[in-house]
Ligand binder design. Structure first.
Ligand code: UD1
Length: 336
């Protein structure tokens, strides 16, 4: 029996594939390389000692995805595949709705057809919207501020409705906080197309000399130093959370959301200072206007994942900064 990992060549998917293989699972990756590179598969093999099965497929392509279900005996799906740039989703909402929502419907229809009713879904803390106060708990009311976030919220709902209609379904909805860091080997990491939207890839590109300085979006938030506070989590801790969520999904039915965060918030300037200290490199920055749609403070109440999945984070902010930099400096142009 194998685990299908959609988007398994991506940043979080590739780290998760390694954890799965190391735990003895047979892994089948589907990815269309829209935001990843073929070299990732080689590096998963290099780091885990085993090459995962791979199919270059866009999950909206039902005929091709069906062939993957026919070729492998699957017992569960970990679903990462999806577009994830917030700003782009505002400019091209239909592209996001088409890819993320249609792709998931196609995937879930095939899961039904092949009686594969276990899923771990890559959701996001973005579903807590702008109206809740941190720490966020899983039972808070959900809303979103952009089409990317709306696709996460809708997919959570698709899965809840499907599990209500068919009691054999079992699902974990993993609400990630802010994943950063990279595999300690420095061989896989985050490799964004174009100019990075997110904080850590931007910082590492400043450190490597590709960008002149960091713009810090907003210094008048109601936070200790005025800059935005987030719950940064090491991508390897996050990947391990998927493994524990999968194990739980395989032995239960029904749907449960879980926050995957550390439970601790750091400001943008905390991250800049931690990065400079961990790596002995200067990060020039300027304070600029707030970025539309950003909230001041976001961090998890991570007690549910600990209580029900036995999951706890191990890595510190310093570890995250060290590993992000290790990846970027040994791969200044990513996988290219
Ligand atoms: C963003 C998305 C979120 C998505 C997550 C994962 C928004 C509003 N939210 O979260 O939906 O799930 O990425 O990829 O885009 N910052 C700077 N300068 C920069 C970049 C970021 O100061 O160049 C600040 C931000 O204002 C924020 C913090 O750094 O306070 C983290 O930003 P980012 O890494 O983009 O993540 P989020 O906005 O939290």
């Amino acid at each position: 029996m194998a685990i299908l990992v959609t988007g398994g060549a991506g940043y979080i998917g590739s780290h998760t594939a390694i954890e799965l293989i190391q735990a003895g699972y047979e892994v089948v990756i589907v990815d269309d390389y829209s935001n990843s590179k073929p070299a990732v598969i080689d590096r998963i093999e290099e780091l885990s000692g085993k090459r995962p099965a791979f199919h270059e497929v866009n999950i909206c392509d039902k005929d091709k995805l069906r062939e993957v279900f026919e070729a492998h005996e699957l017992e569960a799906v970990i679903h990462f595949a999806g577009f994830k740039a917030v700003g782009e989703s505002v400019l091209e909402p239909l592209k996001y709705y088409n890819n993320n929502l249609n792709g998931t419907i196609v995937l879930m229809e095939l899961m039904n057809a092949f009686d594969v009713k276990n899923i771990v879904f890559s959701s996001s803390a973005t579903v807590y919207g702008m109206n809740n106060t941190a720490p966020f708990t899983e039972d808070m009311p959900l809303s979103t501020t952009n089409p990317y976030g709306t696709t996460k919220l809708f997919i959570e709902q698709f899965i809840k409705d499907q599990a209500a209609a068919d009691k054999d379904w079992s699902a974990a909805l993993l609400r990630y906080f802010n994943p950063i860091g990279a595999h300690q080997s420095g061989r896989i990491g985050e490799d964004p197309n174009d100019i990075p939207n997110n904080l850590m890839p931007y910082i590492t590109q400043v450190a490597v000399g590709k960008r002149e300085q960091l713009s810090v979006f907003g210094s008048d938030y109601d936070t200790p130093d005025g800059t935005g506070v987030r719950d940064y989590i090491h991508v390897v801790d996050l990947a391990k959370g998927h493994l524990l969520a999968l194990e739980n999904v395989l032995k239960t039915t029904g749907v449960e959301p879980y926050n995957l965060g550390t439970g601790v918030g750091y400001s943008v300037l905390d991250v800049v200072k931690a990065f400079e200290k961990a790596n002995d490199v200067a990060i020039p920055y300027q304070l600029v206007e707030r970025r539309p749609g950003d909230i001041g403070t976001s961090y998890a109440d991570a007690t549910k994942a600990k209580a029900e999945l036995g999951w706890e984070t191990e890595f510190s902010l310093e570890d995250m900064c060290r590993d992000s930099w290790n990846w970027q400096k040994s791969n200044p142009n990513g996988y290219a």
